[in-house]
Design a protein around this ligand. Structure first.
Ligand code: ADP
Ligand code: MG
Length: 692
């Protein structure tokens, strides 16, 4: 029997034990496999060791020397400095540690140390000192490039290196090579054993990149296989083959007050082609705020309704559902279509459970949670779903299918309606492959004509007054103003208070002759609706709001968007907010108030001022914040990869997706004996994430 399993708990590894295992857990290491895939954050180049006599001030140097003296000083209060004098034949240097007095016990006279860090001139003594970043006792190992791993308290560089070495020595042979030979050859990938070995112990730095590539490839490849298999499965289940009466649809389109853009036409024809097909559609429609997704969805809905099916449109909030309802009902007013708004609020009023008399139901996501019966549900449209990951989406889909089959389906059989997901968040490609790899995608990459690009300005405190003057002029010309105050979850109450006070201040001190309204998340649905309607009707000149207006609200007459504390918003969020204005032909303005202090906040403001391109902004945002925060921490919807980094390894991701497609072409269900390991890996690596 082979007891060398990769899932062996780390504490059973030679030289570890339960105590150290606990420490290792803090850096995410629990099994032997975790160690093998533990990625060094950098490599220390020991060929660059500088003789002490030759050291010059620099951001990073690495030196070696004998401990000549150890001196721990407490200066003012709790501040302490540990100084160790290192010597070699060429000279000496003082290595210093701040506030780590406990280290002094480690060093003794004559000990050999390898130390790296920043070299600077000491303000006091005027001599050079080395501010230590990392150190270790030199045991004369002959290492040229030393991996540096993430550390934690109680875990020293040399210890983790030893642990990795043991794991590699004892378990390297146990790592299965998942990849078929052809793929390794075609994409120039190392064998798995070599990759793991070189990741930890490269003979030169040029060896690191190919090692990383192979390991990141594996991560992506297996994941993409999972996504593509799921997509294939959808494509095989029976769905509805709608009959598309193009002439009839054209009649509808031709009487719209505008012509569809090329992009809208293209996306629509992609949707209609899916609807005609006999398998269920699972398609994501991506389009920047204002690109005109609603009319595309409406036409798809109409096509389904003309086939005698019901359609459900779902939005994330009541206000948005209400707004969709108004818009869609308006578009469809000349058609023989019965539209019904169904939200928490309407449910409280009339408790609808039977829907047979309506063709089109518009509501919040609660629409599918509540006990609403559909007679013949054929198409489900889910708006602003970028907040959901693959798993949440799968659940949503499952529910939609359940709902649809309760009555509409052939008795006892699964029944799959077509599903369209819509999002206004421009998702950069690398993320889209990961998040939406199981969907077909259509992008509305063109804005309706006649829009004047929004002018965006950063307004420092000193210029506030003049910007209020500017707003006044806009109001005098009949325009309206949004003022958004941020809401940060931890202190919701305080933030709310701030927003309320701001509304009062604006009303009383700045705009006493105009009407200021306040909209926030704590208001009841009806109350929100009332305020929105007043604003829409022009009864309010200024609407102060917490971020509830973040998505979707359509007030074409609003020409100014003020964002208070703009530095507190993410870039994509700012872009979404800005998208609330600029919907007419007139010039619109976005003012970013606040005081960006960090470099990152400054970059966000700069990107907003310089660009109105949603994709560009999303790319910058993703780069600044990383994928987790970009998508919102709560449900980032992203798997955690062992080695791969969605942003940095975008190129590898593309190749892995390509390779996964090729493999599935040859073996569509991974039936072949030699692909069983891959199949199992999908489950063991991402099963939870994919909902297997
Ligand atoms: P999205 O949902 O993508 O943010 P909407 O569907 O709300 O955008 O469209 C924004 C506005 O543009 C709406 O008032 C809509 O009626 C209008 N619109 C949509 N398509 C066009 C078009 N092709 N030409 C002119 N206006 C359009
Ligand atoms: Mg919309």
């Amino acid at each position: 029997m082979n007891d060398k399993r990769l899932d062996t708990p780390i504490q059973y590894l030679k030289g570890v034990g339960p105590k150290l295992a606990k420490v290792l857990k803090k850096v995410g290491l629990e099994t032997v496999e975790d160690i093998l895939y533990f990625v060094p954050r950098e490599y220390e180049d020991r060929t660059q060791i500088v003789p002490l006599g030759k050291v010059q001030p620099a951001d990073f140097v690495i030196v070696k020397g004998l401990v000549a003296s150890v001196n721990n000083q407490n200066t003012r209060g709790r501040f302490s400095v540990l100084k160790v004098r290192l010597e070699d034949r060429s000279g000496y240097i003082e290595a210093v540690w701040f506030n780590q007095p406990y280290l002094s016990g480690l060093f003794s006279h004559g000990m050999k140390l390898i130390v790296s860090g920043r070299v600077e001139m000491s303000e006091y003594s005027g001599t050079m000192q080395l501010v230590v970043r990392e150190f270790e006792i030199d045991l004369g190992e002959d290492l040229k490039f030393v991996p540096r791993y993430p550390l934690t308290k109680g875990l020293y560089p040399k210890k983790i290196r030893e642990i990795v070495k043991t794991a590699v020595n004892d378990y390297l042979k146990e790592i299965p090579d998942l990849l078929p030979e052809e793929i390794k050859t075609k994409y120039a990938l190392l064998d798995i054993e070599k990759a793991i070995k070189k990741l930890h112990f490269p003979d030169n730095l040029a060896e690191v990149e190919p090692a990383h590539k192979r390991l990141a490839f594996d991560d992506f490849f297996v994941f993409q296989l999972g996504l593509l298999l799921r997509r294939k499965k959808t494509k095989k289940t029976p769905g509805i083959a709608f009959e598309i009466d193009q002439t009839n649809l054209d009649l509808f389109t031709n009487q719209l007050p505008f012509e569809l853009t090329k992009a809208q036409q293209r996306v629509l024809s992609e949707i209609l082609a899916d609807m005609k097909g006999k398998h269920p559609m699972s398609r994501l429609i991506q389009g920047d705020v204002g690109s005109g997704k609603t009319i595309v969805a409406t036409i798809a809905a109409l096509a389904a309704i003309q086939n005698g099916y019901q359609v459900a449109i779902m939005a994330p909030t009541e206000i948005l559902a209400q707004q969709h309802y108004t818009k869609v009902a308006d578009f469809l007013s000349g058609q023989n279509v019965r539209v019904k708004l169904l939200t928490g609020t309407t449910q409280r009023k009339e408790q609808v459970s039977e829907t047979a008399e309506w063709n089109l139901l518009i509501g919040t996501h609660a629409l599918i949670e509540e006990k609403v019966q559909f007679e013949k549900l054929g198409l489900v449209i889910i708006d602003e779903q970028h907040r959901f990951g693959v798993l949440q989406r799968a659940k949503l889909k499952q529910k939609a299918c359940l709902l649809a089959s309760r009555r509409s389906g052939p008795a006892g059989r699964d029944f799959n309606p077509d599903i369209i997901f819509m999002t206004a968040t421009p998702i950069p490609r690398s993320l889209a492959f990961t998040l939406y790899g199981d969907l077909d995608r259509s992008i509305i990459d063109e804005m309706p004509p006649g829009r004047t690009p929004i002018k965006t300005n950063y307004v420092p405190k000193s210029k506030r007054k003049s910007s209020y003057g500017f707003m006044r002029k806009e109001i005098e010309q009949g325009r309206q103003i949004f003022i958004v105050c941020p809401l940060v979850e931890e202190s919701e109450k305080l933030d709310l208070k701030a927003a309320m006070e701001e509304a009062v201040r604006l009303q009383e001190d700045i705009f006493p002759d105009y009407k200021v309204g306040l909209l926030h998340g704590r208001l009841k649905g009806e109350e929100k609706e009332r305020i929105m309607n007043e604003f829409k009707a022009g009864k309010l000149h200024i609407l102060v709001s917490t971020t509830v207006i973040e998505v979707g609200i359509d007030i074409p007459n609003a020409s100014v968007m003020v964002v208070e504390h703009a530095e507190r918003f993410g870039l994509s969020q700012l872009h979404q907010l800005r998208g609330r204005i600029g919907r007419g032909v007139d010039q619109s303005y976005c003012f970013l108030f606040g005081d960006p202090k960090t470099e990152e906040a400054k970059e966000r403001v700069k990107a907003m001022v310089e660009s109105t391109d949603g994709f560009h902004i999303a790319e910058v945002d993703l780069r600044l914040r990383g994928p987790g925060d970009f998508l919102g921490v709560r449900q980032s919807g992203l798997p955690s990869f062992r080695v791969a980094d969605i942003i940095k390894d975008e190129e590898i991701l593309r190749e892995a997706r390509q390779a996964a497609k090729e493999l599935l072409k040859a073996d569509p269900t991974l039936k072949a004996e030699e692909h069983q390991l891959l199949k199992e890996s999908i489950k063991s690596m991402y099963g939870k994430f994919l909902g297997y």
